[in-house]
Design a binder for this molecule. Structure first.
Ligand SMILES: Nc1ncnc2c1ncn2[C@@H]1O[C@H](COP(=O)(O)OP(=O)(O)OP(=O)(O)O)[C@@H](O)[C@H]1O
Length: 112
């Protein structure tokens, strides 16, 4: 199993959620976060002075998937979260050791 973590633009959340449902994702954790990438935020005017805003609002998605679903999931995110502009986000994937469904005690693939 893998844990797929994606950081996306907040206004893309609904599109990404729909695309993930279409490829069979049954559960997603979404968190409001702040972050910056290479763009290093942007500058904003506040009361006549220019401030550098380092951290911009983003949505972090965490999706646990079986190995065979990783490609479909990352492709669905790339297709729907992209605008072609800076700050579109990133996808991180790492090995996931165990999943337990608390209500039933099911493990791993059966628990997803
Ligand atoms: N190396 C990193 N480690 C952890 N989080 C990161 C990293 N790079 C980006 N992020 C997260 O992803 C979000 C979106 O990244 P962003 O798209 O700005 O990256 P980028 O490398 O600047 O890409 P782009 O060139 O498309 O703007 C950031 O706001 C931050 O939350």
């Amino acid at each position: 199993m893998k844990m797929v973590m994606a950081v996306i633009k907040p206004f893309k959340l609904d599109d990404v959620r729909e695309a993930l449902a279409e490829v069979g994702v049954a559960g997603i954790t979404a968190t409001e976060v702040k972050g910056f990438g290479r763009q290093k935020g942007h500058t904003e005017l506040y009361r006549g002075a220019e401030y550098v805003v380092d951290f911009l609002p983003k949505i972090k998605l965490e999706i646990a998937v079986t190995d065979d679903r990783v490609e479909a999931v990352t492709e669905a995110i790339i297709k729907t979260a992209g605008t072609g502009k800076i700050g579109d986000g990133k996808i991180f994937v790492w090995d996931l050791e165990q999943v337990v469904r608390i209500r039933t005690g099911e493990l791993d693939g059966d628990a997803l």
